[in-house]
Each structure stands twice: as structure tokens, then as C-alpha cells.
Design a protein around this ligand. Structure first.
Ligand code: NAD
Ligand code: UGA
Length: 432
């Protein structure tokens, strides 16, 4: 049965949710406060880079099931209202609930009684219990329906999600389940607070896997083991699983960093010291220092050295640079006196980095070091012998994602440094 749906927020989550629900036959209006975003959407253009999303939007617009509106222009909201606005970090690490509160206030005033408010934004466990009581007084239902998509593969993740989690009372769960009727994914129904915790625990666990393999990589460097093989070997155990065991300069993005901080804040607020999570966060901060430490160990001072920083987004196939490791690495390299030239396969800017080349060749030519911070295919599949040949001096290639073939770099006269990929016992010792 087709449902009438209003989605608040035309960001990565809101737009994917709205467009995908609309292609499944639901009638969806996506609302935002950003007029520029809406203008491009009405023309059928996606306001950010997300593979496959433009096609889904175009299909839904052609089917007449998707529309866009400025928040201030909407008169009535009914049936299902999905909140998908941002919940960034505050200075204390807690989740900033300003945007969620603004939408909740709006719905309290404008939504027709009987409307079910669905929280897709990642909000701290406990939020829904309070908010649902307030909304109930206005005759509105409530469900928590956290989102698990990844940027760069958001559309596929939407349609092929491992599970749909819906927290709420039986009536709300039954109603929201209908949104996913055409999908094969299992639905886990639970209470609102547990649904909220599932979202934070999922992100914290994935972040833990990354920091764990990063610690193992450091040890691999000490003892001369290959983390590539170790990661593969432990991942073949189905109890462990092969995913999220890629070592490197650590996780970035708009979610893992802020969500681990928010969960840590929640623990502290409750008087609980979440040791493990704090270590996960600390390890991740340390990983970003690796390229700077490696280059300092080779060059002594970075003064007068030119470094090409390749890949500026927090992961490939997105234009999102929120908390990208490249930002901190550029800042640290420049603070040490290096001249940094950035490159990213799709045009982006990052704070504090003024020089961004338009081609990888331009960025690398004349550099005496490269730091690969994001493993875009366009970077990994470049002509590395030619790139290394165009460098000068020691031609150091720091591969922050273990994505390059060390043999190719070395054969071209470059000096390869990976993370947990030692040349011989202790050869690439980053720790200490
Ligand atoms: P985003 O910053 O890309 O988009 C948020 C949008 O909300 C913006 O377009 C903004 O203009 C709009 N907005 C702000 N106030 C509004 C209001 N009052 N009414 C309507 N629109 C308003 O955010 P995002 O990355 O899509 O994340 C949204 C939420 O989903 C966050 O809580 C995030 O943690 C969670 N989440 C994100 C991802 C992801 O991959 N980005 C995945 C899962 C969950
Ligand atoms: C992540 C989760 O994977 C999603 O399930 C979740 O919905 C989302 O956060 C969210 O809550 O917003 P996303 O941040 O888009 O998705 O991207 P990931 O593919 O998870 O990568 C996050 C970061 O971890 C990237 O910087 C990536 O380079 C890094 N990473 C990932 C590693 O360092 N090693 C790995 O093995 C995997």
C-alpha cells in the first residue's frame, strides 16, 4: 500500500530515503530550508555527489511520486513525517539536537493528528522516549527507524540493507514496516530506546574493528608481519567477518567520529567510563599522525619539502569532506613547513589547503613525497611508474590506505611506506 510521506532534510540520508521510497511507489515530499538545494533538485539535479542517486531522483520525478518543498511553503503534514536532519557534534562531543528540535516543533504545530513521526536522524538513546511523549500530546505517533546506509553506496545500501530496525509501539511499527514492503530485508521491531542504541552500537562496533586492525598493523610493523594477510586471515573466520578490517590513517566522515564521541558523552553523562570506546577514538586520532611522523623520520624537517596529498574526501565516491583525515594531515604537514598540493578526483575543497591541483600529474610532479589519504580508484589506478618518475628527491610514497602495490612503487625508484606492510622486520616502524 502506497503511503504519503514527508521527509525533513534533503541531505545524504533524507534525499536517498525520499527518492528511494518514491521509486517504491510511495508519494513523497522532501522538505529543506536550503533554497539552493531545492532549486537544483527541482531541475532534477542532485545537489551532491552520490553514485546512482540522480538516476533514482529522475525516475521518481518522472513517475510523479517525488516532489520538493521549502519548509516554510508547506501548509499541512500528514500520515508519515520522517526526520532526517543533521545531528553534528557540539564542542562537548554530545549530539547537537538543534535541527531535530526545530523539525519537532514544526511538526507539533503543523502535523495532522494521527501522523507518525519517524526519527531517521541518529539521536542519542533516550531522545525518543522524551520526544514521543511530547508529540503524543499533539496526537502524533512516534517511531525510531535508524539509517545504516554508507555514503558512496547509499542507493544500493538502501535497497539491500542487512536489516531494517523499527522501534516503537505495535501500531507505529506496523505502519512504518509498510514503507519497506517491497524489500527482502528482515525487519527488527523493538522499543524506541533500543533502536536508538542499535544505531550507535553499530557505528561504534565498526569503528572498533577499524581501530583494532590499526593497532594490529602497528604491531605488524614491529614484528615484520603483513597486516594485509593478517586481516584476510582473521576475516575468513565467519565469527569475525572480513569487512571493516582495512587498516590505514583511520576513519573519518560525518558519522563515525561524531557518533563515537556522542556515545562516549552519553556514557560519561550516566557516570560510566566507556574505556574501550575512548581507546577506539584515541587510536583513530593517532593514525592520522602516521604520515607526518613517517615523513619527519625520513626528512628531519619538512621545511622546503613538497608533498602531494591525494584524496581529500573522507572515503572514495563521495564529495563529503566532513572530518576527512586529509584535513588534519594537510594542517599538520603545513605546520611542519611542508608545501602541500592537494588532489581529488572530483572537485572539493578542504579548510586550510589553498593549493589544489586539477590533475594528479600536476599535484605529484616535482613533489618529493606523496601521502595517499583516500583510495579513489582514479588515484589507485593511475600510472604509478610515471608518477614516481615525475617526483624529485627521495620520492617517498606514504600509502595511508594500503591501496598501492609496493613493488610497483619501488621498481619505479620510489620509497614505499604503508601501514603494517613492512619491507623487512621493523622496516616501517611508525609507533614508539
Ligand atoms: P546532511 O547535513 O547531509 O543533511 C541535512 C539536511 O537537513 C540539510 O540539507 C539541511 O539544510 C536540512 N535541514 C536543516 N534544518 C532543517 C529543517 N528545520 N527542516 C528541513 N530540513 C532541514 O545530513 P546527513 O548526512 O544526511 O545526516 C542526517 C542524519 O542522518 C544525521 O543524524 C546522521 O548522523 C544520520 N546518518 C547519516 C548517514 C550518512 O551517511 N550521511 C548515514 C546514516 C545516518
Ligand atoms: C558509516 C557506516 O558504515 C554506515 O553503516 C552508517 O550508516 C554511517 O556511517 C552513518 O551512520 O552515517 P560512512 O561513514 O558513509 O558509513 O562510510 P564507511 O564506509 O563506513 O567509512 C567510514 C570511514 O571508515 C571512512 O573514512 C573509511 O575510510 C574508514 N574505513 C572503513 C577504514 O578505515 N577501514 C575500513 O575497513 C572501513
Amino acid at each position: 500500500m502506497a503511503e504519503r510521506v514527508f521527509v525533513f532534510g534533503a541531505g545524504y540520508v533524507g534525499l536517498v530515503t525520499g527518492a528511494c521510497l518514491a521509486t517504491s511507489g510511495h508519494t513523497v515530499t522532501v522538505l529543506d530550508v536550503d533554497e539552493r538545494k531545492l532549486e537544483s533538485l527541482r531541475k532534477g539535479e542532485c545537489p551532491f555527489f552520490e553514485p546512482g542517486l540522480s538516476e533514482v531522483i529522475t525516475k521518481a520525478l518522472a513517475a510523479g511520486t517525488l516532489s520538493f518543498s521549502l519548509l516554510g511553503d508547506i501548509e499541512a503534514v500528514e500520515n508519515i513525517a520522517v526526520i532526517a536532519v543533521g545531528t553534528p557534534s557540539t564542542a562537548t562531543g554530545s549530539a547537537d539536537m538543534t535541527y531535530v528540535r526545530a523539525v519537532a516543533d514544526f511538526l507539533e504545530e503543523k502535523a495532522a493528528p494521527g501522523t507518525v513521526v519517524v526519527m531517521k536522524s541518529t539521536v542519542p538513546p533516550g531522545t525518543g522516549a522524551k520526544l514521543s511523549a511530547r508529540l503524543a500530546a499533539a496526537g502524533l505517533g512516534y517511531a525510531s527507524n535508524p539509517e545504516f546506509l554508507r555514503e558512496g553506496s547509499a542507493v544500493t545500501d538502501w535497497f539491500e540493507t542487512d536489516r531494517v530496525v523499527i522501534g516503537g509501539d505495535d501500531a507505529s511499527v506496523a505502519k512504518i514496516s509498510r514503507l519497506y514492503a517491497d524489500m527482502d530485508s528482515p525487519i527488527l521491531a523493538c522499543d524506541v530506546t533500543s533502536a536508538e542504541m542499535i544505531k550507535y552500537a553499530s557505528n561504534a562496533f565498526l569503528a572498533t574493528k577499524i581501530s583494532f586492525i590499526n593497532e594490529i598493523a602497528v604491531l605488524c610493523d614491529f614484528v615484520g608481519a603483513s597486516v594485509d594477510d593478517v586481516s584476510k586471515g582473521i576475516g575468513m573466520d565467519t565469527r569475525i567477518g572480513a569487512s571493516f578490517l582495512k587498516p590505514g590513517i583511520g576513519y573519518g566522515g560525518s558519522c563515525f567520529p561524531k557518533d563515537t564521541r556522542a556515545l562516549d558523552f552519553l556514557a560519561t553523562l550516566n557516570g560510566y567510563d566507556f574505556h574501550l570506546l575512548r581507546s577506539v577514538i584515541d587510536v583513530n586520532s593517532r593514525q592520522r599522525l602516521l604520515p607526518v611522523r613517517a615523513l619527519k623520520a625520513r626528512f628531519g624537517s619538512l621545511e622546503g619539502h613538497r608533498v602531494a596529498l591525494l584524496g581529500l574526501t573522507f572515503k572514495p565516491e563521495t564529495d563529503d569532506t566532513r572530518e576527512a583525515p586529509a584535513i588534519e594531515i594537510a594542517e599538520l604537514l603545513q605546520a611542519e613547513g611542508a608545501e602541500v598540493v592537494g588532489f581529488n578526483p572530483i572537485p572539493v575543497t578542504i579548510p586550510g589547503l589553498d593549493t589544489i591541483a586539477t590533475t594528479i600529474e600536476e599535484a605529484v610532479s616535482g613533489a618529493d613525497a606523496i601521502v595517499l589519504s583516500t583510495e579513489w580508484a582514479q588515484i589507485v589506478e593511475s600510472n604509478w611508474p610515471a608518477l614516481v618518475a615525475s617526483m624529485t628527491g627521495e620520492r617517498i610514497v606514504f600509502d595511508g590506505r594500503n591501496a598501492l602495490d609496493p613493488k610497483v612503487i619501488r621498481a619505479a625508484g620510489g620509497s614505499y611506506i604503508g601501514v603494517g606492510r613492512p619491507e623487512g622486520v621493523g622496516a616501517n616502524n611508525h609507533a614508539g
